[in-house]
Design a protein around this ligand. Structure first.
Ligand code: PMP
Length: 393
């Protein structure tokens, strides 16, 4: 059967392809997937919330619901953000099936064919995958230890001047894959550059609450609510399986997204949204977040220790301060895409860095996740990668 022209052969995510090879093979230690730790899932609390919703409001929960989401949940999210000084209402919030759907909605509502989309380099692969369907021209902007290099954005965006207005897509906190948090001064500068160039900022922020020491920087949304589309997610702080995320945006954007979401899936599961609202109201999240932060901080330390012990000093990395990922830069002559089959044969999986770049990939990079593997598997996995790297030098 002939597929539509827009379907690109082999266009799937490189990470999902690795996952297919590793998930069913117990001999491979996977440091590849971006899966949250199952130890962090609050199974009993979730069960209690679903039970409570079904007992008290079962007939509402099982009915079709509003496309923009369950109003009490939208209100809870809006009030949480008002508490952080961002003057939004429920009408600025749309509930989505994970923030991945938010990315697709951004593409549908804000990206014209040929529009420029600036991304960090490297950036979240799922974002480029989602937005690519709408035909933008991607421009990769380098990042360093302070996150996106905003001066480079200013330069490249003025060089693109006269083209179609575009977007700048950023994951400001502990990003997937690089872990390079955008520092406070650069947030201000990004806001300024975006406004002066007519660029909308898409702030994709699923990791903000996974700061190991609990600290946070001002969100881009708080700097410029009129020019930012903020994507939030419950995947990394609660469960990815419940598929719950949200978009915060100006009302006319939310209305347009609501209209297109209607054509995609009518609405996000009402039962799940109601259970989520019950959980948020119960006050459970504060203690829960603290436990996840401690868990990931510890696992990150295990991985850092293993990298220091088992990898040659020519391997560069930053100690993560939050999130789930560690980004390694190997000596330049090592191409991690070529290293991967050897790693799989040695019983360990990582994600090569190249697919995370929209242009000029740094082929000597790799992403490792410390969230899912056990401590002993982290150590063994790193030891295996370390000996492969030593074999290349
Ligand atoms: N954005 C980023 C930066 C991510 O890392 C992920 C998950 N890997 C997503 C969005 C999608 O998350 P979800 O759809 O589960 O909310």
């Amino acid at each position: 059967m002939q597929l539509a022209k827009k379907i690109q052969p082999g266009g799937g995510s490189a990470i999902r392809e690795i996952a297919k090879k590793t998930v069913l093979n117990p001999n491979i230690i996977s440091l590849a997937g971006g899966l949250p730790s199952p130890d962090s899932f609050p199974v009993e609390e979730m069960r209690a919330c679903f039970d409570a919703v079904l007992s008290k409001q079962g007939r509402v929960a099982l009915q079709y619901g509003a496309t923009d989401g369950y109003l009490p949940l939208r209100e809870l999210i809006a009030s949480q953000w008002r508490g952080r000084g961002v003057a939004i209402q429920a009408e600025n919030v749309l509930i989505t099936c994970g923030s991945q759907q938010g990315l697709d909605l951004v593409g549908r509502v804000l990206v014209d064919e040929g529009a420029t989309v600036f991304t960090e380099s490297p950036t979240y692969l799922g974002a480029t995958q989602a937005l690519r369907a709408y035909g933008p021209a991607f421009v990769g902007i380098g990042s360093d230890q302070k996150g996106l290099v905003v001066d480079a954005l200013a330069e490249r965006s003025s060089a693109c001047g006269g083209g179609r207005a575009g977007l700048v897509y950023v994951v400001p906190n502990f990003p997937n894959p690089s872990g390079r948090t955008l520092d406070a001064a650069r947030r201000e500068a990004l806001d300024h550059v975006a406004q002066s160039r007519g660029l909308v900022i898409v702030e994709d922020d699923p990791y903000a609450e996974l700061s190991f020491d609990g600290s946070s920087l001002p969100s881009l949304l708080s700097l410029s609510p009129g020019n930012v589309i903020h994507l939030g997610s419950f995947s990394k702080i609660l469960s990815p399986g419940i598929r719950l995320g949200f978009v915060i945006a100006p009302v006319h954007v939310i209305r347009a997204m609501e209209q297109v979401k209607q054509g995609i899936d009518l609405h996000t599961s009402g039962l799940t949204q109601m259970a989520m609202a019950t959980l948020l109201e119960s006050g459970f999240m504060d203690g829960h977040l603290q436990r996840i932060r401690e868990l990931y901080a510890r696992k990150s330390q295990v991985m850092c220790g293993a990298v220091r012990t088992h990898m040659p000093p020519s391997v560069r990395f930053e100690e993560p301060k939050g999130g789930m990922f560690m980004w390694l830069t190997l000596p330049e002559h090592i191409d991690t895409t070529e290293l991967l089959p050897k790693a799989l044969a040695a019983g360990v999986a990582f994600v090569p860095g190249a697919p995370f770049y929209v242009e000029h990939p740094e082929r000597n990079t790799m992403r490792l996740s410390f969230a899912t593997a056990s401590d002993s598997n982290i150590k063994t996995g790193i030891e295996r990668i370390g000996s492969l790297i030593r074999g290349c030098t």
